[in-house]
Write a protein that binds this ligand. Structure first.
Ligand code: SAH
Ligand code: SF4
Ligand code: F3S
Length: 443
């Protein structure tokens, strides 16, 4: 069979799609980038905001035409929205053939085969612990950048968030499994590994939601093991929850030369009242305390974040506190989301009281702050010498290549003869644009 896969949502979903593809390849099927050419079209869906669900539903709805033309084609929705809606999705989209939730993705090949034979419409949404082991597969693509899911699910239950309901309880993979997978990837040419999980810093804590003691961090231990792999140049991770940065983890970050100095540290809000209503485990002051500790340990560390504007009853004052705290931390990247009530998550029981126009206004203010701040951060680096991992030809200008610093700034430069993707190069920064840097390779 020829399989087409389209992915919505976060990196975890991208990673799952890779594993789904690998399972089909291993079973002797082929992947195709063309909808018209495919026998089976899979949509790996996201539920995190209403807009994400509407996008996938719209796309599948639109494919009715294709299904009318080629009735044998199978259309399947998989992933988070599939898990949330199950049979309801089959009712809503009459030409959708099957639904496979996050708990059954490790059986996707067998399920599709069964559907292809029986031609019955069905949904598969049971939770299963096997999924973690079964999703270790990778299709080696010869690329220099790889990702590994180290945990699945989430136990934190932030009140706005659907993820714990669609991804199930948090489970961690064995350390040895992860290290073996990383070594295999490096043997296939991978130079940078991105570790993925809803809260990677909770890795190995057996689902305990209390912050770890200061001498405890299985995640830190994992980083130290991965740091020893020859041939691996860089390790990144996303996302860690702030209260899990024990002294032990900070120690590991300091010790591991390959671990990048950029931390994605979701803030969500700078108002203690809102943080409490969100069931976040910190206050503005304790969040800042961790930031200060991390800065003291790693002097060039940069932070990025996620923030929600327009949570129920968020006042102008609450918003100002978020804005102030963001400026104080000085994030080099921030993802701002307008609050979207998710049926099933606790905050959806409260009225979505902040008008859309106010959410949009707050969104724009924070985006404006970000671009002003980033411009300054980039300007300050002119004249510096930085190390980048090369990523290939620039999308904007074919004469240039791009790479990224460990602190996660994009740098453009002219290639030298024989330059390969995934090489560490030293670049002297000559000028700064609005969102990236420009320089020349010196070594
Ligand atoms: N596990 C990650 C977040 C995964 S969801 C973490 O905790 O770091 C990615 C981001 O989407 C969240 O950080 C949050 O900012 C945003 N988000 C989640 N639910 C949302 C909702 N209901 N409305 C708006 N944004 C939401
Ligand atoms: Fe959602 Fe909170 Fe878990 Fe992140 S930590 S996935 S925001 S419940
Ligand atoms: Fe990711 Fe969306 Fe699922 S953000 S975990 S794909 S709900």
């Amino acid at each position: 069979m020829k399989i087409f896969i389209k992915t919505y949502g976060c990196q975890m979903n991208e990673r799952d799609s890779e594993a789904i593809g690998a399972q089909f390849l291993a079973a002797g099927h082929v992947l195709t980038p063309s909808e018209d050419d495919a026998d089976v079209l899979l949509f790996n869906t996201c539920s995190v905001r209403d807009a994400a669900e509407r996008k996938a539903k719209g796309k599948i709805g639109y494919l009715k035409k294709l299904k009318d033309r080629r009735p044998d084609v199978l259309l399947g929705a998989v992933g988070c929205m599939a898990q949330r809606l199950g049979d309801r999705l089959l009712e809503e989209l009459p030409h959708l053939d099957f639904v496979v939730g996050t708990g059954q993705l490790h059986r996707i090949v067998a399920i599709v085969k069964e559907i292809a034979q029986k031609r019955n419409r069905q949904s598969f949404t049971e939770e299963s612990r096997d999924v973690l082991v079964g999703m270790g597969e990778h299709a080696p693509d010869g690329g220099a950048f790889g990702q590994i899911a180290i945990t699945r699910g989430c136990n934190r239950f932030c009140t706005y968030c659907i993820v714990p309901y669609v991804r199930g309880r948090e489970i961690s993979r064995d350390q040895r499994d992860i290290v073996d997978e990383a070594k295999k990837m490096v043997d296939h040419g991978v130079r940078e590994i991105l570790l993925l999980g809803q809260n990677v810093a909770a890795y190995g804590l057996n689902g305990d939601t209390r912050p770890p003691a200061d001498d405890v961090s299985p995640f830190g231990e994992l980083l130290e093991k991965l740091n020893e792999i020859d041939g691996l140049a860089r390790i990144r991770y996303t996302s860690p929850y702030v209260t899990y940065f024990s002294d032990r983890l900070i120690e590991a970050l300091k010790n591991c030369s390959k671990v990048c100095h950029n931390i994605h540290l979701p803030l969500q809000s700078g108002s203690d009242r809102v943080l409490k209503a969100m069931n976040r485990q910190y206050t503005a002051a304790s969040y800042l305390h961790y930031v200060d500790k991390l800065r003291a340990a790693i002097d060039d560390v940069t932070f990025s974040t996620d923030v929600i504007v327009g949570f129920p009853d968020e006042t102008e004052e609450d918003f100002q506190m978020t804005r102030d705290l963001m400026n104080r931390v000085g994030y080099s990247q921030s993802f701002i989301f307008k609050y979207s009530p998710r049926p099933g998550a606790k905050s959806a029981l409260r009225p979505d009281s902040v008008p859309e126009s106010v959410k949009e206004e707050r969104n724009q203010i924070l985006l404006g702050d970000l671009s002003a701040r980033v411009e300054k951060m980039l300007q300050k680096q002119i004249g510096d010498t930085v190390e980048v991992l090369t990523e290939g030809v620039s999308h904007r200008n074919e004469a240039r290549w791009t790479g990224r610093t460990g602190t996660n700034f994009v740098v453009h430069f002219e290639p030298v003869p024989g330059l390969k993707v995934g090489e560490l190069k030293t670049v002297k920064i000559e000028r700064a644009g609005g969102v990236s840097l420009f320089g020349s390779i010196v070594k």
